[in-house]
Structure formats: structure tokens, C-alpha cells
Design a protein around this ligand. Structure first.
Ligand code: NIG
Ligand code: FE
Length: 415
């Protein structure tokens, strides 16, 4: 299969060094005005201006005319909880009335209410529910996702979630340490033992996870138990990600650095020591402003300080039924510019190539360069900054995965 994408007002390639981008590199999108590219099967073959690329086109090429729209790499969403049963609309309404996320969790709601529904659902029911969300991700321009388990909290139910994650083709992360399940209330140590002695070995044997994550928070898994779980996971060959310093400053960022985690995620409460530790250990911070916004908080992670410290910042949605019910990377880009003072260019780098490196896939996806996967999105605008600027609309016009059209907006009635 041969195709060519022509007439991109901006082909935002993100070409650059073969590593995560830091400091001023985050601003360099390597844009080609009037850009174009050719695709062979699922790979990008050549990238250049439309006149350059035109000379390489043969009658066999199928032409995709971008009609002066922006073309970007597909977004890479490196932190989601995208497989779960049911919703938490009742809690959403309670929070509108003044209840907090933590109060609801302490009363047995929150993550544990999704766990009850997820345990009751079959693998196929979970797959069906997740398919609906997968379409939402695609139509908002996301072509690669990481997804965490964490709503099963027993060996059987966590393996069921990881199996669904594999069927969906998402990058799999085991998050058995997401909450203490109902049957272990008051017995955190008992659940930590189950995680280490039974669940982690079962997940590793089944080869269903690439990463292990822990919700490290004093009221859930404190530093000593998070250290124990993550150390056991590492010994079984899993790479590490950590929910760190989300609701309080616990030192989880330092723990992530100490254990050589790939990412430390959330970080709304991180301080200078934590930032230093991440910088020294080259841990990538994953910032999740949609969960801050959805929880009605205004405490966003200190993105500017992290960029100044040389951290290879990543942005992701945290899509989940409680703290972040949005799959939209364009919304995340808007929030990062309005609340975290990241420029639209820095945000795009964080949502594509840096995110790809955080999933160990920087050589395959995250930029539009020869030899990489043809995962790209035609956005309905002529300047990439419009994607963050016009908030609350869906900018993607058509979405291509591995060179094939995966999703396209129906014809617009007014032009
Ligand atoms: O990343 N912090 C813990 N986990 C999720 C929330 C999951 C949920 O509320 O269901 C988060 O915000
Ligand atoms: Fe999360």
C-alpha cells in the first residue's frame, strides 16, 4: 500500500534527537510549511514540502489531500485507567453538592465502587465498555494508549482487566496497588502480602504487563509498602511507574527516583527536592491537569519548574471514572497552557514524542520521521496553536493508524 499526504499547512514533524526532549527542545516542533509525506504500508517513507514529495509520487500512490490543514503525529496518552465497568455519575453529583473525592472514598465509594462493578462484569462486558471509550480516544486524536489495571484488586479480576487491555492493544500496566479492597479493610499488610506473594508472580507468569504502578499515598500505600511492592515488581522484570505526590507530599517522587522508575505521575504536591531527585535519576514526570480540573482543584503540578530543571515532561489524560472522566488530549493541551504556563509547542512535544519515550516506544511513534509508524492526524485548523486555543471542540478531521484511516468526521453541512 502506497499513499501520500499533501498540502499540509503545517506538517508538525517533531523530528529531532532520538531521546526525550528537554528545556528549549520542547519548543522545537520541526514544522514543515506546505508539508507532505509518503507512506509505504504502515511506515512513513519520506517527509518534505509538497513540491518535494510530489516528485516522488507514482500512479500507485493514493492521495490524501490535507487541504491546508495541520497534520500532527497521533497523541500518545501515557497514563490512563481506560478499562472499567459502569460510571460514577452519582459521585459526580455529590461532589457538585460539596462532597470531596477523599470523603467519598472514605465512605466506601470512589475506586472501591468501580471495583465492585468491575468484579461483577465479564471480560467481554469490560471489552465492550472499553471499545466505546477507545472510539472517543481515536476521535480526539489519540493513536497510542497506556492503560492500567487496578479495578479488580484480586488475582482473577486483575488478570481479567489485563487480558482486556491486551485485546485492546494498549500498553499494559499492572496497578493492583490502586486501593485496599473491601475484604482487606484494616489489613493493608495482608493485601500487600497478597500483591507480592500471589498477584505479581501471576501477572509476570502470564506476561500480561510491561509496567507496574502503585498509588503511593499515606492513606493508601505508604512509602515503605510502595517500596516493597515496586521492588518485588522490578525483580520480576517489570518496569516501574508511580502515582506520586498527587494528594499530599509524601516523598513518592524521591522513591520513584531511588528505584529507577521510568515515570512519576501526577506530582501536584512535589517540591524542589522531589524535582531534583527526578532530574538526577532522569525519571519522566507525567502531568495530568484534567484530573486537577475535574476535581475542582487549582493546584496544578509545577510544570515550569520541571522544564527549567531539565525534566522531559509528559502530558496525559488520566482517563478514569472518578478523578478524570475525559479522554481528550486537546483538553489537556488547553489546560496545560491556561493553568501550567506551558506553551502550545511545549505541550505538543509532551503529548507526543516525550510520551512515546515514556512508554519505551520513542523509536517507533511520537514523531513524523522516515521509518516511523504512520500514526497521524489531520486537524481541522491551519495553525497548530488552535488545537489548545479553541477549547471544547474536537479538532481532528481524520485519524490514521499505521497508515490506515481509523476515524473521520462526517462531512460538514456548512461549507
Ligand atoms: O489517577 N489516584 C488514583 N487513581 C486515579 C483515580 C481513579 C479513580 O478515581 O477511579 C487517578 O486519579
Ligand atoms: Fe492515574
Amino acid at each position: 500500500m502506497l499513499s501520500a499526504v499533501l498540502h499540509c499547512s503545517q506538517l508538525v514533524t517533531l523530528a529531532g534527537p532520538s531521546r526525550p526532549r528537554v528545556r528549549d527542545e520542547l519548543k522545537n516542533l520541526a514544522i514543515i510549511p506546505n508539508g507532505a509525506m509518503t507512506i509505504r504500508d504502515w511506515l512513513i517513507e519520506a517527509v518534505g514540502t509538497t513540491p518535494d514529495i510530489r516528485s516522488r509520487i507514482t500512479p500507485q500512490h493514493e492521495i490524501i489531500d490535507a487541504r491546508s490543514r495541520v497534520v500532527l503525529p497521533g497523541f500518545v496518552d501515557a497514563h490512563t485507567h481506560a478499562v472499567f465497568a459502569g460510571t460514577r455519575v452519582e459521585e459526580f453529583e455529590l461532589r457538585a453538592g460539596g462532597a470531596t473525592y477523599q470523603q467519598i472514598a472514605e465512605q466506601g465509594g470512589g475506586i472501591r465502587s468501580t471495583v465492585r462493578k468491575t468484579r461483577a462484569a465479564s471480560e467481554d462486558e469490560l471489552f465492550q465498555a472499553a471499545q466505546r471509550y477507545r472510539h472517543w480516544f481515536l476521535r480526539t486524536g489519540t493513536t497510542t494508549l497506556e492503560a492500567k489495571s487496578g479495578y479488580g484488586l484480586s488475582s482473577k479480576d486483575e488478570l481479567k482487566l489485563l487480558t482486556v487491555i491486551r485485546r485492546l492493544g494498549y500498553v499494559p500496566t499492572f496497578l493492583g496497588a490502586h486501593e485496599i479492597p473491601d475484604e482487606f479493610r484494616g489489613n493493608t499488610d495482608g493485601y500487600v502480602r497478597l500483591l507480592i506473594d500471589e498477584m505479581l508472580p501471576a501477572v509476570a507468569r502470564a506476561r500480561l504487563a510491561e509496567y507496574c504502578d502503585v498509588f503511593c499515598e499515606p492513606s493508601v500505600f505508604d512509602i515503605p509498602s510502595a517500596r516493597e511492592i515496586l521492588t518485588a515488581a522490578r525483580a520480576l522484570g517489570l518496569k516501574l511507574r508511580v502515582h506520586a505526590d498527587q494528594l499530599s507530599r509524601s516523598g513518592a517522587a524521591e522513591l520513584a527516583a531511588d528505584l529507577g522508575a521510568v515515570t512519576a505521575d501526577h506530582l501536584e504536591h512535589i517540591d524542589e527536592h522531589g524535582i531534583d531527585a527526578l532530574a538526577r535519576a532522569r525519571v519522566q514526570p507525567i502531568l495530568l491537569p484534567a484530573s486537577v480540573c475535574t476535581l475542582g482543584s487549582n493546584r496544578y503540578a509545577p510544570a515550569r519548574k520541571m522544564i527549567d530543571a531539565g525534566l522531559a515532561v509528559v502530558l496525559a489524560t488520566d482517563f478514569n471514572p472518578g478523578s478524570s472522566p475525559t479522554p481528550s488530549m486537546p483538553l489537556v493541551l488547553s489546560l496545560s497552557s491556561t493553568h501550567m504556563r506551558m506553551t502550545p509547542a511545549e505541550a505538543l512535544t509532551a503529548a507526543t514524542i516525550n510520551a512515546a519515550y515514556s512508554l519505551d516506544r520513542g523509536a517507533q511513534i511520537g514523531s513524523l520521521e522516515p521509518g516511523k509508524c504512520a500514526d497521524f492526524v489531520v486537524h481541522d485548523c491551519s495553525d497548530y496553536r488552535e488545537i489548545a486555543y479553541f477549547a471544547g471542540i474536537e479538532s481532528p478531521h481524520s485519524v490514521f493508524v499505521r497508515g490506515k484511516l481509523a476515524c473521520s468526521r462526517s462531512a460538514q453541512p456548512c461549507n
